[in-house]
Design a protein. Structure first.
Length: 307
């Protein structure tokens, strides 16, 4: 017998008009009922109903795959049904025996697989742990690779250990844990730097270069060295700024900037600038403030480099 083609899944008389389909009056009697009721001539409505019923039952089986258990059906041994979403296989012929409770008549088609152990085949859980002592879990590829890498490192150290014992760093034997100083590896130590963090502050570098910085609040601008430029009178005041420490030799360069005012004092900054003069002094420098604002209290930041 050849394999049949896939059905079209259509239901006979599914689109019939109202009144064209009637339920067959006696399913168990069959067409014999027409002898008594319609003179052996079944009406169209009965014919549609009969074929409609057959197609619906067939489609139900196609949709379910496995039929649902029915208490009015007698099942032979090895019959397979579905009950509450679980497949059951008949152990013996039975009828009206609930699959969930009749353990002598039914068994689950797919019993739950037990967990695996060292003495039993079953389901095993994967784990990427490399320090677990579990005997019910299996290692993943990641765990195996990690263990392989560690083994490779251990092999390398074991192979090269003899050579390591003959090597030295700045005359210190590598036969165990050793303490290295900055000088051992050609680095600068903390003690090589003399630094004072703060305002003012300085930093003495191993090369002998010295950097100093600070912020200074100057006295109010006085009426000194006044000059009128384009109708605006400018005042220039000079101030000596003492450094945190004196340079051993000389100062090389200085940078002075004005500290900006707040939003409501922006007018004080207009036309105001600062300049500086080293004067060759190792311990101080001169700053000149020029501004059109008499009495202004100004603040300057400075950074000076020397040696």
């Amino acid at each position: 017998m050849k394999i049949q083609e896939k059905p079209d899944y259509l239901i006979f008389a599914e689109s019939a008009k109202k009144g064209e389909v009637s339920a067959f009056p006696d399913i168990s009697r069959g067409w014999g009922i027409t002898i008594e009721q319609t003179g052996s001539k079944p009406p169209m409505e009965w014919m549609n109903g009969a074929f409609n019923r057959v197609d619906k039952n067939m489609l139900y089986l196609l949709q379910q795959g496995v039929p649902e258990w029915c208490e009015t059906v007698k099942y032979p041994a090895n019959a397979i049904i579905k009950y509450n979403g679980v497949l059951y296989t008949a152990i013996a012929e039975n009828d009206n025996s609930n699959p969930a409770t009749s353990t002598t008549k039914w068994k689950k088609t797919q019993e739950k697989i037990a967990n695996a152990s060292t003495s039993q085949i079953g389901v095993v859980k994967l784990s990427s742990s490399t320090n677990s002592t579990s005997e019910t879990e299996a290692a993943t590829s990641l765990a195996v690779k990690y263990a392989y890498d560690l083994a490779g490192q251990a092999k390398w150290h074991a192979t090269n250990n003899a050579a390591q014992k003959t090597q030295k760093i700045n005359g210190k034997q590598l036969h165990g844990d050793i303490s290295l100083s900055a000088a051992d590896v050609g680095a600068l130590s903390k003690s090589d730097f003399n630094t004072r963090i703060g305002n003012p502050g300085f930093e003495i570098m191993p090369s002998g270069l010295i950097r100093q910085w600070g912020t200074v609040q100057l006295p109010p601008v006085g009426d000194y060295n006044a000059v009128i430029i384009n109708g605006t009178k400018y005042y220039t005041n000079y101030h000596q700024i003492l450094l945190p420490i004196a340079f051993p030799h000389n100062s090389d360069s200085v940078n002075v900037t004005m500290a900006c005012g707040t939003m409501d004092l922006q007018s004080v900054m207009f036309g105001t600038f600062a300049t500086a003069n080293l004067n060759g002094s190792p311990s101080r420098f001169t700053v000149a403030i020029t501004t059109p604002v008499l009495g202004a209290s100004l603040t300057v930041h400075y950074e000076i480099i020397g040696h």
